[in-house]
Design a binder for this molecule. Structure first.
Ligand SMILES: NC(=O)c1ccc[n+]([C@@H]2O[C@H](COP(=O)([O-])OP(=O)(O)OC[C@H]3O[C@@H](n4cnc5c(N)ncnc54)[C@H](OP(=O)(O)O)[C@@H]3O)[C@@H](O)[C@H]2O)c1
Length: 331
């Protein structure tokens, strides 16, 4: 086991230090921009001392975690005299190991160890960390050490190839941060119904929990429910009309998310290609159809069976609106 130190005593650094130490991993030193932050971490970890300079920490440890904000990792790394055989690791999800190049140039092993988890404050980070997945980047022998650390924290690990980090992090942002955004948008709509944010949050939480449960137990695509999964054009049409009047910006988001949901519904098998195409026609923004008028594309009506690119069809949205829709890209 390698004597380990943390530079940056915020939420991630403190949670890792506390949980690794509880598992018997030797967390022996901490340094941070603000001495009281470092002291707070040291108070939670037996036999961990506060170092007043980063260099002092590096000289007394074998494995160093830089858990500062992403933007200062390279600067901190460059300020230090690393030695051959030492290991240095950052926890950023967005950056690859390349940002530790100054340490590598001096002979240190470099890696990244990203907990795929959301840490809003120190107590919650300590609670949520065990069982998380960890994205690892490193070469041996450091890679094996990082796998051991993930296992000690009861977590799984995924090994990323160089260059994969941006897409990996983007996926995490979509499923974590933008879920928060979707909940905020839902709360705003509830407020229009006269329901307070607090009440609406209480009402939505079991729905969110049930959705996550279904993703876990049933998996994609079968866990998808709702009007797109059922091919319920009338309901989708009513949603679009309500948003047209209330919130055009949210309308664009709703349309796009609906379009992205159609392939999941198709994969689930409860709608056929014809229904999928009708939903696409309904969900695509009006600008998509605007030019077919001006270009005088001949229009067909009825229930389309064999759609061909460039054709224009009358498609009902279930509310009496049968505006012309053009087939642009059939998937
Ligand atoms: N938060 C998350 O949900 C999460 C999840 C996964 C990974 N991460 C990654 O974990 C890393 C840390 O993020 P965080 O959210 O834990 O940040 P954080 O809570 O803001 O903590 C960062 C810590 O670094 C200290 N610091 C700032 N500049 C410093 C410097 N120049 N030298 C030494 N210490 C410095 C801070 O200052 P003080 O000493 O003044 O307190 C603070 O204690 C980032 O790479 C982030 O991408 C975060």
């Amino acid at each position: 086991m390698m004597k380990t130190g943390f530079i940056g005593a915020g939420t991630t650094g403190t949670a890792l230090a506390v949980r690794l130490s509880q598992k018997g991993w030797p967390v022996v030193a901490v340094s941070s921009r603000t001495p009281s932050s470092a002291q707070r971490l040291a108070d939670l970890v037996p036999d961990c001392r506060v170092c007043h300079t980063v260099q002092e920490l590096v000289e007394t440890t074998e494995l160093v975690f830089i858990t500062t904000p992403d933007d200062v990792i390279t600067r901190v790394c460059r300020e230090v005299q690393w030695r051959q055989g030492q290991s240095v690791v950052h926890c950023s999800g967005a950056h690859s190991v390349d940002i530790l190049e100054p340490a590598k140039e001096l002979g240190a092993g470099v890696g990244s160890f990203h907990p795929l988890q959301t840490f809003a404050d120190v107590d919650q980070a300590i609670e949520n960390l065990p069982g998380s997945a960890f994205a690892l980047e490193a070469e041996e022998p450091l890679l094996s050490v990082l796998k051991d650390l993930a296992s000690l924290l009861n977590g799984n690990w995924v090994q990323l190839r160089p260059g994969d980090k941006v897409l990996y992090h983007l996926a995490a942002v979509l499923s974590c941060n933008y879920l928060v955004t979707l909940v905020k948008l839902a709360l705003d709509l509830w407020q229009d119904c006269g329901v307070s944010s607090k009440e609406a949050t209480r009402a939505l939480l079991p729905l969110l929990g049930g959705t996550i449960n279904n993703i876990d137990r049933i998996g994609l695509p079968d866990c998808l429910t709702g009007p797109v999964a059922r091919g319920d054009l009338g309901t989708i049409g009513r949603h679009l009309s309500a948003l047209e009047a209330r919130d055009p910006a949210l309308l664009a988001t709703y349309r796009e998310l609906g379009l992205q949901t159609i392939p999941i519904a198709l994969a689930k098998g409860k709608i056929d290609r014809q229904k999928a195409e009708e939903m696409r026609a309904l969900l695509r923004p009006p600008e998509f159809f605007a030019h077919c008028h001006s270009e005088g594309v001949p229009m067909k009506s009825g229930r389309p069976k064999n759609l061909a690119r460039g054709e224009v069809w009358q498609v009902s949205n279930g509310l009496g609106d049968s505006s012309p829709r053009q087939v642009r890209d059939i998937q």
